[in-house]
Design a protein. Structure first.
Length: 167
């Protein structure tokens, strides 16, 4: 049995490559028809870097380049070059409105416990709106309210059962 010699690791580490170069190098693992050499990746790196500059990530770039491939590809570098230039996404303008949509601030709305009026939490201390707070302050009872008496709960329940029966 012959021993197969181990291959040497390349001198240049992958940490020195840009994300665009690495995305192009991984294309061959996603679809074997688009296997590119190291020299091909270096040639196409600036085109792929333009995609990254426009806010695209590696997964999106890979999907855009591998979608709808023909059955036979004569030149992978030619096809990838053509798709990198033809499918280049538009440059999105950076405005205050788009910056706000990227990290939207959460707005919390609460309701008054008595009237149900919505409002921000600062406007409803103790769960009451201004009008309900003034009403409760004006009509503060001096003696505790007496509990209601005289209700026959079992009669009420039997009446409800009668109402739910089908005719």
């Amino acid at each position: 049995m012959l021993a197969v010699p181990q291959q040497r690791a390349p001198e240049q580490s992958t940490a020195s490559h840009s994300p665009a170069h690495l995305a192009l190098a991984r294309l061959g693992r996603t679809d074997a028809h688009l296997a590119l050499s190291a020299a091909d990746c270096t040639v196409l790196e600036s085109l792929a870097a333009e995609w990254f500059a426009r806010g695209v990530d590696a997964d999106y770039l890979t999907q855009a380049l591998t979608a709808g491939l023909p059955a036979r590809i004569g030149s992978p570098i030619g096809l990838v070059h053509r798709r990198l230039t033809d499918k280049l996404p538009p440059q999105l303008p950076v405005t205050a409105a788009s910056a706000a949509t990227e990290s939207p601030a959460r707005r919390l709305m609460v309701e008054c416990a008595v009237s149900g009026r919505p409002g921000p939490p600062a406007a409803l201390p103790d769960g009451l709106c201004r009008s309900c707070r003034t009403l409760s302050a004006d009509s503060a009872p001096t003696a505790p309210a007496e509990p209601r008496t005289g209700r026959d709960v079992s009669a009420l329940v039997s009446k409800l059962r009668d109402l739910t029966r089908l005719p």
